[in-house]
Design a protein around this ligand. Sequence first.
Ligand code: SF4
Ligand code: SF4
Length: 156
Amino acid sequence: MIQMKRIYIKEQVCIGCRLCEVYCQVGHSHSRDIIKAFKKESPRPLPRLVVEVRETISLAVKCCHCAEAPCIHACLTGAQRRDPESGIVTVDEEKCIGCWTCIAVCPFGAIRQDTYRGRIVKCDLCTGEDMPVCVVNCPNEALLYAETEEDVLARK
Ligand code: SF4
Ligand code: SF4
């Protein structure tokens, strides 16, 4: 298995502010500008993670880049694939036909429909950046970027 960094969640300190969603949208926008992304871009860029809130409990739901990723096995066109060097599970937008099979098999509910474009969007760990933008911008360090869960526990 490829040793890679993943995003780990500390739901004890997540306050459900949804800033991670906002910055994910900006990070995946054309302009990379918060005002332009929300006010000018059409369609508005979609977040690749979603904050679920139930009463006082909240947490960000996003792709776990599973070692045995069901979406890769289920994808009909080979659009879902793992980058052999980084280990990141990505989608080739040119190959995605919007059949939503990967959404049905994802155990985390981490893949979203982009109905406007007829394809899916998912977390790409902000490929090319030093750290995912949701991790950088979470005000409470409820999202941590680490190689193992032990590394996360060591930071508590
Ligand atoms: S930015 Fe952090 S605290 Fe706010 S909803 Fe996202 S994970 Fe929770
Ligand atoms: S929606 Fe796209 S990525 Fe998902 S299984 Fe279908 S073709 Fe593959």
